[in-house]
Design a protein around this ligand. Sequence first.
Ligand code: IVH
Length: 678
Amino acid sequence: MAQTTVAKQIEALRETIRYHEHLYYVLDTPEISDAEFDALMRELQALEKQHPELVTPDSPTQRVGGKPKEGFAKVPHSRAMLSLDNVTSEEELRDWDRRVRQLAGPGEEISYVCEYKLDGLSMALRYQEASDGAARLVMGLTRGDGMVGEDVTTNVRTIRSVPLSISAAKLKKAHLPANFEVRGEVVMPLAAFQKANEEREAQGLAPAANPRNFAAGTIRTLEPNIVAQRRLDFYAYFALTPTGENLFTEQSEALDALTAAGFRVNPHREAILSFNKLMDYINRAEQDRAALGYEIDGVVIKVSSTALQQRLGYTGRAPRWAVAYKFTARAGITQVEEIRVQVGRTGKLTPVAVLTPVSIGGTTVSRATLHNADEIERLGLLIGDWVKVERGGDVIPKVVEVVDDKEHPRGHKKFQFPRHCPDCGSDIVRTEGEADYRCVNADCPARLRESLLHFASRGVMNIEGLGEAVVAQLLDRKLVRSIADLYKLDMAALLSLERIGEKTARSLLHEIEESKKAPLNRVLFGLGIRFVGERTAQLLAEEFGSMDAILSASQEELERVNEVGPKVSQSIREFFDEEKNRQLVEHLRKAGLTFTAEKRKKSSQLEGLTFVLTGTLPNLTREDAKAKIEAAGGRVSGSVSKKTSYVVAGEEAGSKLDKAHELKVPVIDEAKLLEMLE
Ligand code: IVH
């Protein structure tokens, strides 16, 4: 095919993919299935692989690019990114509205635009005109201190609702120039937050407190592929010129233009003329809040007219033309009646406060996690204390502080952390450097119960109907003593349980049977090996291709998997070295579970090549570089000879570099090496 035809074909494919990305990630109304979308992506990837010279940075395949070198560069904002003054009551809002009307002068009709106050972090995106007239994303900047932000472009590019490029035709339709700046909010949807937190817990990490913190932390990680997995979202709310002036004469026009250009703009926006209607909007927002799928912490009210905005101007840190109506935090005050300690599937002991039920944001809360013994210490919590309980983006409420005032006298009884497992009475231990106590008994009934529930849960083996009530009965009657026993259950056994009829029993048996088809990575995840979360299980399955290969892998071999370090590999080894677990695996094999997976194809792009490393590379340690080269089939040698294919030179490279020049061995830098590895 002639080069120009291929180029056209590639560009057409990209436009199609952009169209479907917009439908999927911005409008939530896909027209094609995920499989069809993936097929388009693969087609583009294949074409780009054949024609690497045609790859452009704004191609949909290029969202995850190279890592930022070291840290993020500081870049000044085109115009200060200010915050907003808050009001928290109708009276305060009325005062604000009155002031605006006064400053505007008599006879000025005021139109407000009401928007949700998204609970994330603000971000400025800069677009620049490319040779074909399209607008290309060239920079993503955090708010920083308001004057100077951090350049997080590589991470922002991975957010699927951020267009990497907007065609000239689309810009024209949206009445947008090709050089402009968008400001808006990066948020983490609740579903993504919960999933990422589950993953953290599976890895033994403390869960993040709320989606905003998680989003902010994510945007500042140095691993774009992690950012890509976290599924952040971007909502646009300002359109500015490159020097920070408003692009439109009305805020409502700006929002429409951004929508037309393909940005995600929050649909719950309204133009409002009267004060009463403002209050209606706020009340509706507060009611709808719980069902949104992302967090908002209030409503932002903006004067729509840019001209009036200018006349109203700014106080020191905030505009006079906008205000945030903040919702009251979703917190409540109640009393701690008791502290119980729960045993998780890894044996971890978690103290939980049993509370006098209290309604918080429409939900009755009667328990809150206290995380661990240190946390109880930190709070200074006594049984009988009144406490402030917050319900964040997560479902699990938490105790944030002890209330101590006239109406709320202190409790009296100090909580004694148990010395033995509350379930089986075995010893508990606390490993040096860890906050948690664990039950040492591998056969602890509580552990077995939690293991079964984990194994059966959605996202693991998906055995619908195997919930707490059924599991409790199965354990009580000793019908199940290990995960493998689930596969021995029959009709008679299930019918012997209370509240289980023939129909339920048959459907449960069907679900159990179906679970045998779950892929190896799910089985691995389901075993509940400490530190092996969903993702690690997936990587292990891809790398080793079978349960047996993992079973017999040494710690060293396990660590060849990206993201598996000594802590994880040791935990895997310990798990499989235990006789009981080996038996469990054998029983699962006999039951017919999936024990093989498709192995990721071994890369061999550096097959037959010999590399010598010298000097300090900007990102990779010497070990990293060696591992990557070897994983791709190459060899690393310590000295330069005529047989050396490449010398990879970093900062302060020494005599090896001279030798390379002398022998005319090609010298490359880290970037080039990474390119060869792709
Ligand atoms: S307007 C000068 N609109 O709230 C104008 N901000 O407290 C300031 N926020 O830093 C921004 N949703 O991170 C605006 N629809 C919205 C918003 C919003 C969330 C955040 C933003 C800002 C903070 C101000």
